[in-house]
Design a protein around this ligand. Structure first.
Ligand SMILES: *Cc1c(COP(=O)(O)O)cnc(C)c1O
Length: 447
């Protein structure tokens, strides 16, 4: 595993983290509250580890994105990126609030249908859509398929023609722009597997415009995730605008540009990406093209809305330079620290005085991997056995990436809405871990 990144500025204090997370508040009696609900009350009832998602926060953040686009005078469809958090309760909320969905698999498509999101509001991205997934999408008549290669375009044309249908497509262009984000989440460089090389895009668009079974709508792009500044967006959109103009010059119709997702949030001290600035970048580069626009945000609306609650199993201090706090949440629950070296804020649930003494602490899970580390040398109050913490900003790429590694059941999930809370997935029972496993019958026993 790569070493955790070394930051040169001091970690934010608990109070500083709460200041950047307005849906969280420390109550002098009840401890940490999320959208007005005491997280201790949830942990008392449901146990830990437990994911808690603030539905009000998700709605407010989506509404801010919508308002930012509207205030810039832009007509931008918002397609929530389902992979960030695909829980049916989330998709139900997305659908009720009138947003669309960006999907990357047939499973996600099925979830959107279970949540009654209209097929017309669904966009299908991904480098390797199977024939079965394409048949499912084309059969439902989804709004748009973002095509990632010349090879895929030919497959879509053949499948749609065989089905007697027309697939609406954009070409996902790889603008060869460095999003200046973590290597594992950048997607817009020529060396990445994603999208059609910029230099091939115009020729392929001309082909798409004349292929049977296909209606060519325009172009899409998505350059990566956790992008905090508008520079990479502007560079990518400028290249896409160049393509739109060239296509029209060549007499081809272009009605749509899909601007992708990737807007970043504040995990530590970095200022979060601003939807208003994103709207400005879209307007500056694409605003005068007279095209239908769309964005595909995942992390930005839902990441900050979620926390992972965990309890301290024990504090391992004897003989240690820095004490280890061993929690009942682990890398199988929240994979981001082990997978991307991600920094997540950690706040104790118990009410504590703002000036309380803190000391360097390693926070780790019990899984048999050194990578099962949530934080190293984190300045925290002295957390004793049984005390609880909230790991912040886990609403996106949190529960969806969980596994049952080490035969650890999937954690419970809770949704907070309008000042009350509900379990939206009970903790997995241990016996469910093997319910689909089959022990083969052995010939000797059958005899
Ligand atoms: C992952 C992904 C998104 C969402 O990215 P975020 O960083 O979560 O906003 C949007 N579009 C595509 C094509 C993706 O693969």
């Amino acid at each position: 595993m790569a070493d955790l990144p070394v930051y040169t500025d001091p970690d934010p204090t608990g109070a500083e983290l709460l200041a950047t997370h307005p849906h969280l508040r420390m109550d002098a009696t009840c401890g940490l509250m999320l959208e007005g609900v005491a997280l201790n009350a949830i942990a008392d009832a449901v146990g830990t580890p437990c994911w808690v998602l603030g539905g009000g926060t998700l709605k407010r953040r989506l509404a801010r994105m919508r308002a930012a686009m509207r205030d810039a005078g832009l007509d931008v469809g918002i397609h929530y990126a389902v992979k960030a958090n695909d829980h049916l309760a989330v998709l139900d909320l997305i659908g009720r609030e009138g947003y669309g969905a960006d999907i990357v698999s047939g499973g996600e498509l099925a979830r959107t249908q279970k949540a009654a999101i209209a097929p017309a509001r669904i966009v299908f991205s991904g480098v390797g859509k199977t024939d079965a997934e394409l048949e499912q999408a084309i059969g439902l008549g989804i709004g748009q398929i973002n095509v990632e290669s010349a090879e895929e375009l030919a497959i879509i044309s053949a499948i749609a023609t065989r089905m007697g249908r027309t697939a609406r497509v954009t070409l996902r262009v790889n603008p060869d722009v460095d999003a200046k984000t973590h290597a594992k989440i950048t997607t817009g460089l020529a060396a990445n597997k994603f999208g059609i090389p910029f230099d091939n895009a115009l020729g392929l668009y001309a082909r798409a415009s004349s292929l049977p079974g296909v209606q060519a709508l325009g172009f899409s792009t998505h350059i990566g995730s956790q992008i905090l500044t508008t520079g990479p967006y502007r560079a990518a959109y400028a290249r896409v605008a160049e393509l739109v103009r060239a296509a029209r010059q060549a007499g081809l119709d272009v009605s749509t540009v899909d601007c992708g997702g990737g807007l970043g949030i504040s995990y530590r001290t970095e200022p979060e990406g601003q939807p208003e600035a994103l709207a400005g970048a879209i307007k500056a580069e694409l605003g005068d093209l007279g095209v239908r626009l769309a964005i595909e945000p995942g992390r930005w609306p839902i990441g900050p809305a979620g926390v992972l609650l965990s309890s301290v199993i024990l504090r391992k201090e004897a003989g240690m330079d820095v004490p280890f706090v061993i929690t009942d949440a682990a890398m199988n629950d929240l994979a981001r620290p082990s997978m991307y070296d991600a920094w997540h804020g950690i706040v104790p649930l118990a009410p504590h005085a703002p000036g309380q003494a803190v000391a360097a602490t390693h926070v780790v899970g019990p899984v048999c991997e050194s990578g099962d580390t949530f934080a190293r040398d984190r300045l925290l109050p002295p957390l004793a056995r049984g005390e609880r913490i909230a790991i912040l900003d886990t609403g996106a790429y949190g529960s969806v990436m969980s596994s049952t590694y080490n035969s650890r059941p999937l954690a419970a999930e809770v949704l907070v809405e309008d000042g009350t809370w509900q379990v939206i997935r009970p903790r997995q029972a241990v016996k469910e871990l093997w319910q689909d496993e089959i022990i083969p019958t052995h010939a000797t026993e059958q005899a």
